[in-house]
Design a protein around this ligand. Structure first.
Ligand code: C6P
Length: 401
């Protein structure tokens, strides 16, 4: 199935027919249905939710809460298990600050990996320092993958939290997460899953996975910027204290006491990200109609074709040839990734270069950074051609081979 037929839904691509946008792991482009949903909220409502005692505000509140329902359905969660945040980073931090700081004790163990994005790993580094808990790393195999066997080698009865990525933003590997979650639960540990690179690209069902928390960002799944989601099992969210306080999350406030609203509202202080949530719900509907399985299959096909072309070029080091997703990390030998990226830019090819906010894995790879091309369903074979031309031009520019 050629999903590039959906390209026409993206104004940025319509306005820049020369553009090969291959930075989808950083942010996905926005289709008309998302832009229209946001536009509609601002044009027809533009008022606050949960507060106004007038029809327009009730209607805007309905729209906002229907968005929560739509997003819950997208990952097979319940309405009250969806906490709106600013993005995956804030969701991941919320779990560490609320669950970690309140339920970890000295000597407890937290398991993480060198594949983590900084926003998955750093909050637990911080919590473990404060709580005198031990942060352990699953040893990666020779390809840089997490394996179930390696997970077992660090799992103990003291493990209380597993903070782990579903799909690495540098390597594009899919973690064998179901088995890991099952094993973690057997010792009574909870699993906080970083789904930032998974949820936009594959079908994710929180009930089937049985993960305790799942974090993701709206902007990587064709939604607006500034909106993200923390899914949490209700029983866990119920026992976790809020970490931010103020308007809308409060129930009763007196000089000598304060109480909070129920989950998820106790975690959402202040005027919410109304247009963001509405736009994200539109994005979820849009992706569902294309089909998440179709998306993962198509991206993988594009990536495989691109890798096959890349392998024909001398002087390229590919770090993740076997990745199951649409991410390629590579370097031109002896060329700084940022220098390479500027040549791609001259060819209208948008890619990312650097450590991708995941320095543990670039250190593991023994490099300062990589050049990363990442595909989405609106990419085409033509984009691959432009990408390969970019690689060849870079090689020529830097006088290699
Ligand atoms: N990765 C990338 O180019 P935010 O920035 O909060 O929306 O998402 C954070 C985040 C968390 N986990 C993973 C696996 C991610 O890839 C990201 C964002 C971008 O790879 C920007 S650094």
């Amino acid at each position: 199935m050629d999903l590039s037929i959906y390209r026409k839904d993206f104004p940025v691509l319509n306005d820049n027919s020369e553009l090969a946008y291959l930075d989808n792991a950083a942010m996905a482009l926005k289709p008309y249905p998302v832009i229209d949903a946001v536009d509609n909220y601002y044009k027809k409502y533009g008022v606050n939710v949960h507060r106004g005692v007038y029809k327009l505000s009730y209607e805007a509140t309905d729209l906002y809460e229907q968005a929560r329902e739509e997003i819950a359905k997208f990952i097979n969660a319940s309405f009250e298990e969806i906490v709106f945040t600013r993005g995956a980073s804030q969701s991941l931090n919320l779990v560490a600050s609320s669950y970690g700081l309140n339920f970890l004790n000295e000597g407890d163990e937290v398991i993480t990996t060198e594949l983590e994005h900084h926003s998955s790993h750093m909050p637990w580094f911080n919590v473990c320092n404060i709580k005198k808990a031990k942060l352990k790393y699953i040893p990666l195999n020779e390809e840089g993958r997490i394996t179930v066997e390696a997970f077992k080698s660090v799992l103990t009865k003291n493990t209380k939290v597993v903070a782990i990525t579903y799909v690495s933003n540098v390597m594009g590997y899919i973690t064998p997460i179901k088995e890991i979650i099952k094993l973690a639960h057997e010792v009574g540990a909870i699993v906080t899953l970083d789904g930032a690179q998974a949820v936009p690209h594959m079908s994710v069902d929180v009930k089937e996975l049985d993960c305790d928390f799942l974090s993701f960002s709206g902007h990587k799944l064709c939604g607006p910027t500034g909106i993200g989601v923390l899914y949490g099992k209700k029983a866990l969210l119920d026992k976790m204290p809020p970490i931010e306080f103020g308007g809308d999350m409060a129930d009763t406030v007196r000089k000598d006491m304060q109480t909070y609203k129920a989950t998820p509202y106790k975690f959402e202080t202040g005027t919410p990200i109304i247009a963001g949530a509405i736009g994200l719900a539109a994005a979820c509907k849009y992706l569902k109609q294309i089909g998440l399985d179709n998306i993962s299959k198509y991206e993988y096909e594009l990536k495989t074709k691109a890798i096959n072309e890349l392998k024909k070029i001398k002087g390229i080091k590919i770090y993740n040839e076997t990745a199951e997703t649409g991410i390629i990390s590579f370097n031109l030998e002896d060329v700084h990734p940022h220098d390479a990226a500027s040549v791609f830019d001259n060819n209208n090819v948008c890619i990312r270069a650097g450590h991708h906010c995941a320095q543990l894995i670039t250190t593991w790879l023994n490099t300062i950074g990589t050049v990363r091309a990442s595909f989405y369903f609106y990419n085409t074979e033509e984009d691959i051609k432009k990408f390969i031309k970019g690689v060849k031009d870079a090689i020529e520019f830097f006088g290699k081979f």
